[in-house]
Ligand binder design. Structure first.
Ligand code: B12
Ligand code: SF4
Length: 499
């Protein structure tokens, strides 16, 4: 562990850094809102603290395309361009570096994030336009890297980077995680707030925030436990809630998504977060993800979640059968998941979950069985995803013989890249779409029996599904709903429902 201290830029010119998001879209989580690049808010904050001029350009959220991105780079004329990559976005991140170098070979290019962390060797070997990979957390590494780059220091002394020396990729020793996540310098003022909204809440201003980093579990398909080395650290509850109050008063934020893998891990600290949120009564709607076991643990205080503003919880249920859960090393029981979802539903909080499908042994029947189980679990929202073989995940070796495509842009949990023994990937796609359709048809039929809050929410979701998502075509069958439900939806959604 190390402290957050920055020495300040060692060079005599104030350098300009353009932090940019890749223009990648695959339309699942994106349909619900426009989400800001929180990682860049952290990295920008620390770069500024280190004496750099910083701009954040969220090309992804602006739906800008390559010509607009090229113009923006020309216009900003930065000394450094840096971006963060997950596996699905790495090709676009590299393209940003290609463009930067074609405009001015002197621009220094950096890629951080989970993909760069694990795949820096391949990334640097194959892409001469990428100068540096930042591995692990970026807050200390990025300013230090630039200090050394521009100040002429020995790069081998900067922990947590990789780069090329005469075509050979060199990686420096790992950097230890930040000792404290409280009080980190944030660049919230560099965010163009008008771009960020949560669609189910009209006219809302949405922030993505973080209370804790990491997860102590070991799910075999997941990158996050590996990235955070199965550790877990949190800010102090007061530091976190004070930031929410600041975002509300300064920028009018009224919806926040907590980006963390498992914010509820430390029961005592989490209770304190809830207490402070209730005490300060911020009027902020909160969306979060957590673990089934923590919800079961918190059964006696779920009403306090609601009181604190939490109205949407995502649970990673992932599989319908115990055998698959065990195969994923998910460390939960089917009945526990059902209980956790029931408890959240009873607390009048929106429940969301996902199922990871398209495994080598999957068949049309097994996918249809999962839909039945999804209906039994009865979350408000369910996503049926295609497993992506992240090349660094524990399950990778098992999936490798079944990989049909090595195009990372398709590793987005939507496009199947694993070919099951008894299905084509086209069939997997079709079954996943049918799963969505069947699940949501069933869900809409429950509308009349829902609480007012859930009914209104589900209607706005139905509208998004019908008009704003990659599922739009699948949802045309809304017209086959019982008349009462159909009429209710038609009032809100218009002709899309009746087609
Ligand atoms: C918010 C979020 C999003 C936002 C992204 C907004 C944005 N522009 O960044 C939205 C909703 C758009 C999104 C979409 C998707 N996402 Co997403 N998303 C997340 C989430 C929940 C939080 C990310 C976050 O902010 N973390 C907090 C920050 C502080 O941590 P961090 O990102 O790791 O950043 C640190 C370091 O990595 C590093 N770093 C990161 N970037 C950079 C850049 C530089 C220059 C430097 C120096 C350092 C650096 O420094 C940071 C600070 O220490 C994560 C899960 C998670 N809990 O992390 C999934 C996650 C990143 N998403 C994931 C996926 C798969 C997707 C989608 C493909 C899903 C889909 N089908 O819709 C899409 C793809 C994008 C798209 N446009 O369609 C996966 C990636 C898996 C992988 N290994 O590749 C994750 C891990 C979730 C999961 N289920 O596993 N996502
Ligand atoms: S509980 Fe979630 S974040 Fe943790 S290892 Fe499993 S899938 Fe990953």
């Amino acid at each position: 562990m190390t402290n957050f201290t920055l020495s300040g830029s060692k060079n005599n010119k104030r350098r300009k850094v353009l932090l940019i998001t890749p223009p990648y879209h695959c339309g699942v989580v994106e349909s619900a809102g426009t989400w800001m690049p929180l990682s860049l808010v952290y990295v920008a904050g620390s770069l500024r603290a280190g004496g750099y001029d910083v701009e954040i350009y969220d090309a992804m959220s602006k739906f800008d395309e390559w010509p607009a991105i090229t113009e923006r780079i020309k216009h900003s004329a930065p000394d450094v361009i840096a971006t963060g990559a997950i596996t699905a976005t790495i090709n676009d991140c590299v393209q940003i570096c290609d463009i930067a170098k074609s405009l001015d070979p002197g621009i220094v290019t950096v890629i951080g994030g989970v993909h760069a962390n694990f795949c820096y060797q391949e990334m640097l070997e194959n892409n001469p336009s990428v100068d540096y990979a930042v591995r692990g957390e970026g807050e200390l590494t990025m300013p230090e890297l630039l200090d050394y780059h521009f100040g002429g220091g020995k790069l081998s002394e900067v922990k947590g980077i990789a780069y090329r020396v005469e075509k050979q990729v060199v990686a420096t020793p790992e950097r230890l995680f930040l000792e404290s996540l409280s009080g980190l310098p944030m660049a919230w003022d560099l965010i163009e707030w008008k771009d960020y909204t949560y669609r189910p809440t009209p006219n809302s201003t949405l922030a993505v925030v973080s209370y804790a980093r990491g997860c102590v579990q070991a799910c075999s398909f997941c990158s996050q436990q590996l990235f955070w080395k199965q550790g877990w650290r949190a800010r102090t509850p007061d530091d976190f809630v004070t930031e929410l109050a600041y975002l509300k008063s300064e920028f009018g934020v009224d919806v926040v998504m907590i980006a963390d893998e498992a914010p509820t891990t430390d029961e005592t600290a989490w209770r304190k977060v809830l207490d402070l949120l209730i005490e300060r009564d911020l009027g902020i709607e909160i969306l979060l993800e957590t673990r089934v076991t923590d919800i079961v643990r918190d059964e006696p205080i779920l009403d306090r979640y609601r009181e604190a503003g939490i109205d949407h919880i995502y649970l990673g249920v992932e599989a319908g059968t115990q055998a698959t859960l065990d195969r994923f090393k998910k460390n939960i029981k089917v009945e526990e998941s059902k209980k956790a979802l029931d408890l959240i539903n009873q607390a009048n909080i929106i429940t969301e979950t996902s199922f990871v499908l398209g495994l080598p042994e999957d068949t049309p029947e097994s996918i249809r069985e999962t839909v039945k189980l999804a209906k039994y679990y009865n979350p408000d929202l369910a996503f049926f995803l295609a497993i992506a073989p992240w090349p660094y995940a524990d399950i990778y070796e098992e999936l490798k013989p079944f990989i049909e495509s090595y195009d990372y842009s398709k590793y987005n949990l939507v496009e199947p890249v694993i070919k099951p023994t008894a299905m084509t990937t086209e069939q997997v796609s079709k079954e996943l779409m049918n799963a969505f359709k069947k699940f949501y048809m069933g869900k809409m039929a429950q509308l009349p029996n829902m609480t007012k809050f859930k009914r209104e929410y589900m209607i706005s979701v139905a509208k998004l599904l019908a008009t704003h998502s990659y599922l739009a075509d699948q949802m045309k069958g809304f017209g086959k709903m019982p008349k009462k439900v159909h009429d209710m939806l038609a009032d809100y959604i218009g002709e899309k429902v009746s087609s």
